[in-house]
Ligand binder design. Structure first.
Ligand code: NAD
Length: 483
């Protein structure tokens, strides 16, 4: 007989009522449930989360199902950590007190957002949830959701419409504003959340927007924990292994990291007691993650796909791919700022342990998705900094050549390399140009990707050399020659 998360051996025994409602979270997806909600649950187990219970909010159609599942389970759900050894560790998270589905419960959303007890609003609404232009960072005032909320601000539908209306009501009632903490995987996520709230507010009332500018805090933070989509197989396995019948469990890797700018004028839970790092400046940690973890993912993806590898764990344990990726990280490291409290050798070793976790089953195709957007963010900034400082750029340029070779569409074993990229058409047209020199010129002149790097002599020469080699020599031979 299986039992439910709210009624099983693992159901939390702490006083959930004492948690109250101190945090409202928009975007009750898998990541929040494996990360931020887990930190609050950990504090609750130590008796240190009173007043910091979470109310989730969903604004999208598919959030209705999450609301229904969580309500039926009294807000509780199973988090399973999957270890590289194959061991699974289940726990039931009790920090989420309720979830509201905004299209049906807008008044309740505004009520909880205006309650004096709500002191933090957290967000994981994906990159697309922010009405901000990806390329130049300007506020998208003509976005349909933005326009609808500007036309009828008292009946908001978007995340930022709700935040602005709630802040307006709090100000009117003399209630101090909440702090807005974006936990999305975006560099400068606090700055982006701030720009989104201010942009929306300015459309209603410029003076009110100025008040927000002065009164509301938007700390930046860096988050990390690989959390894949829950599969039906996960649901079945969790029921079989642990006897828990959960409508929407979440699985994740054991690793977790949360580095938060300590700027919470309205107060905050003692997150440092749950393992978060509270810091003055998140930027060095962000750079570390982007230029090491995310860049290593690109290296595994582009070299791995050329060799016909499917999974990240197979790429990370392939001696040639692992050695070249480690060598790339050594090239990238001088471009980082000092990262207080982190030993970068340990960080890199841990990355490879995480990547090697076969239970996570991350695919290289997923990692290579939208490489035209990811390579500039994760790799090309490092190349630029290294060029300016006169350091080596060989392995950064080589990774670009491996990517370009993959864009040609065929792995060394003859299998197809599929392109899932917003710029796929332009990339493919350039990379498949029959004449290599012309192909290199066209590929590197995609200025949305390479900017001025496409005409930098050192970069162009390093890229072209490796790309030519990939045409005439085996992939492994080229890789070994680069280390
Ligand atoms: P998910 O698909 O499980 O959940 C996404 C949530 O965002 C849903 O609640 C959805 O309704 C909401 N959302 C999407 N578009 C929105 C919009 N336009 N407006 C409002 N809400 C919107 O995904 P997830 O795994 O929870 O990831 C969410 C975000 O968390 C990622 O985009 C990333 O920024 C961050 N993150 C995820 C991971 C991970 O491994 N999954 C790791 C680090 C950071």
């Amino acid at each position: 007989m299986s039992s439910h998360p709210h009624d099983c051996e693992l159901t939390p025994t702490y006083d959930r009522d004492a948690l109250g409602r101190g945090i409202v979270h928009f975007g009750m997806g898998n990541f929040h449930r494996a990360h931020q909600a887990m930190y609050i649950d950990r504090l609750a187990r130590a008796g240190r989360a009173d007043g910091w219970g979470i109310v989730g909010v969903g604004t999208m159609e598919h959030d209705r199902k999450m609301r229904d599942v969580l309500r039926a389970q009294d807000g509780m759900y199973t988090l399973v950590l999957k270890y590289p050894t194959g061991e699974w560790e289940p726990q039931v998270i009790g920090s989420v007190r309720d979830m509201l589905y905004a299209p049906e419960e807008a008044d309740a959303v505004l009520d909880v957002l205006t309650a004096p007890s709500t002191r933090i609003v957290t967000l994981t609404v994906t990159e697309g949830g922010y009405p901000i232009d990806d390329e130049d960072g300007h506020f998208l005032a003509d976005d349909p959701g933005v326009l609808a909320d500007a036309a009828d601000p008292e009946h908001p539908r978007t995340v930022f419409g709700f935040l602005v209306e709630a802040l307006r009501r709090r100000r009117e009632r003399g209630i101090a504003p909440f702090t807005v903490l974006s936990c999305d995987n975006l560099p400068g996520n606090g700055r982006i959340a701030r720009r989104s709230v201010l942009g929306q507010a300015r459309l209603c009332d410029a003076e009110f927007a100025e008040w927000i500018e002065v009164e509301v805090a938007f700390p930046n933070c860096m988050v990390d924990r690989i959390t894949p989509v829950t599969t039906d197989e996960d649901r079945r396995d969790i029921e079989e292994k642990f006897g828990i019948s959960d409508g929407w469990p979440v699985c994740a890797e054991p690793f977790e990291q949360w580095v938060i700018e300590d700027k919470f004028p309205a107060g905050r839970p003692p997150l440092e007691e749950a393992g978060a790092h509270m810091v003055d400046d998140v930027v060095p940690y962000e750079l570390m993650k982007l230029r090491l973890l995310n860049a290593a993912h690109q290296s595994l993806a582009h070299w791995g796909r050329l060799l016909g590898v499917t999974y990240a764990h197979d790429a990370a344990t392939d001696p040639d791919i692992a050695a070249l990726t480690r060598a790339y990280l050594a090239e990238a490291r001088p471009s980082l700022r000092p990262v207080p409290g982190i030993d970068l050798d340990d960080y890199v070793d841990t990355l490879f342990e995480r990547f090697a976790n076969a239970s996570i089953a991350d695919t290289l195709a997923r990692l290579a998705q939208d490489a035209s957007d990811r390579m500039p963010k994760f790799v090309l900034g490092t190349v630029r900094d290294n060029l300016v400082a006169g350091r080596s750029i060989t392995l950064g340029a080589a990774m670009c050549a491996a990517w370009a070779q993959g864009v040609r569409g065929t792995a060394e074993d003859g299998s197809e390399i599929v392109q899932d990229d917003a710029l796929a058409e332009d990339l493919v047209a350039a990379a498949r140009e029959p004449d290599r020199a012309e192909a290199a010129r066209r590929f590197l002149s995609l200025t949305r990707v390479f900017g001025e790097l496409g005409t930098d002599e050192r970069f162009v020469a390093a890229f072209t050399r490796v790309w030519r080699d990939l045409e005439t020599r085996g992939v492994r031979d080229v890789m070994r020659g680069l280390r």
